[in-house]
Design a protein around this ligand. Structure first.
Ligand SMILES: [Zn+2]
Length: 301
């Protein structure tokens, strides 16, 4: 059975308590509670405030502005205690010594599963607010509603919802070989699984088959769903699949794929332990690495 223990952002997360989002009086009571806490992000809503160890710093909400106001969102309940996310503190003097706004990718494997999941929700929502301030229908400035879970246009009454963009990521195997590739511009030696956005009007399975064909020119079959991972950079949902290759001759699309290769299981073992001179494994905590590790361990047969 697949082991998803190290999958970053996959929780267990907060109780989202979504019915509370539209209840302004309840939200006000929640924000006033002594156990309410807010995690702060930079003004772009991208980097959370953490301590030197990389743990989220949770502040009392009164330091961070009203819930449901501009750029403040209700994340949910942690064992009944309210949790919010907001951009930039009102009172920067109250920041703890050593507190820094950190790249979530750099700290995601060090955070507790609950904090990582909360940070993923906060980052996706706040970043969406920062980049969707105007109505897509009429161009007027929009307002935050439902504790940060939607925006409404006061001019034309259109409602706008946070995005989640599905991405398929594929463990393509042929017997004891797995397909790895690297995109132009990646860190030297870094390889991963093929991946791509699902397009409008397309099933996930069709996206898997299309992306593999476009990126390396081979056909695949037996598309099997394995696991998913929220990937808040800015708002992807990674959908992990295993597929069987129907041919082996790779013809990489040079725009998307700088190099692709069939990696035998024994060499992947060496890559994993850092003993391969040319190839480095994918980022820890990301679904590509988790799927590869499960395949190596024989859990996907
Ligand atoms: Zn409008």
């Amino acid at each position: 059975m697949i082991d998803l223990g190290a999958l970053a952002f996959a929780g267990p997360g907060l109780d989202r308590a979504s019915p509370l989002r539209s209840d302004a009086a309840a939200l006000e009571r929640l924000a006033a509670r002594a156990d309410a806490r807010t995690v702060l992000f930079d003004s772009a809503g991208v980097r959370p405030l953490v301590d030197q160890a990389g743990d989220l710093l949770w502040h009392p909400p009164e330091a961070c502005g009203p819930p449901g106001g501009q750029m403040a969102v209700f994340l949910g309940l942690d064992s009944g205690a309210p949790r919010f996310a907001a951009t930039q503190p009102i009172d920067t003097e109250s920041l703890a010594e050593g507190a820094v706004f950190a790249d979530l990718r750099a700290i995601m494997t060090r955070m507790s599963p609950k904090d990582a999941a909360a940070a993923a929700v906060g980052r996706s929502l706040l970043d969406w607010h920062a980049r969707h301030r105007f109505c897509a229908a009429c161009g007027a400035p929009t307002e935050t509603e439902d504790a940060g879970w939607q925006r409404r246009c006061p001019a034309c009454n259109a409602r706008h919802f946070p995005r989640t963009d599905p991405v398929v990521i594929m463990l393509v195997t042929d017997g004891d070989d797995v397909l790895l590739g690297r995109s132009p511009g990646w860190p030297e030696g870094m390889y991963s699984l093929l991946a791509g956005f699902v397009e409008p009007g397309e099933t996930a399975g069709d996206a898997v088959r299309r992306e593999v064909r476009e990126e390396v020119g081979i056909a695949v079959d037996r598309v099997q769903y394995l696991a998913s991972q929220p990937w808040p950079f800015p708002s992807s949902l990674m959908l992990g699949f295993q597929v069987i290759a129907l041919s082996r001759d790779l013809a990489p699309d040079p725009v998307e794929i700088e190099h692709a290769l069939w990696m035998p299981r024994d060499r992947l073992m060496r890559v994993w332990s850092g003993q391969d001179a040319d190839i480095r494994p994918p980022r820890r905590g990301a679904i590509a690495g988790i799927l590869l590790r499960n395949w190596l361990a024989g859990r996907l047969e």
